[in-house]
Design a protein. Structure first.
Length: 104
């Protein structure tokens, strides 16, 4: 398979598998938080963090095999950090761009 195709497939699939983690963070935090949802979210993120960690350590892509690429390694590091931050919490999460109404 062409190396460019591997890059595109790896990047796209990593982002596609990150989107449910991001959705769980916002949908299941706050008043909808439960212990079951917390552990489901954590197990999902741990699994995909492990997949990316395995790629960094062994240069081994799940269901493909050996692929030596420092670009994908750096991307995997970013995805590990993203999955680490995508856990559910007990408080309501507000987007970073939201601002409180302030009386000036």
């Amino acid at each position: 398979m062409n190396e460019t195709a591997i890059y595109v497939i790896f990047l796209a699939s990593s982002i596609v598998f990150y989107l449910p983690a991001l959705w769980m963070r916002y949908a299941w935090s706050g008043q909808k938080f439960t212990t079951t949802k917390f552990w489901t979210s954590n197990l999902y993120n741990i699994f995909f963090g492990y997949v990316h960690m395995r790629f960094i350590e062994k240069n081994d892509i799940f269901f493909y095999g050996h692929q030596d690429s420092s670009i994908l390694g750096w991307f995997s590091l970013v995805m590990i950090l993203a999955h680490t931050c995508a856990h559910t919490v007990t408080w309501d999460i507000k987007p970073w761009y939201s601002r409180k109404n302030r009386n000036h």
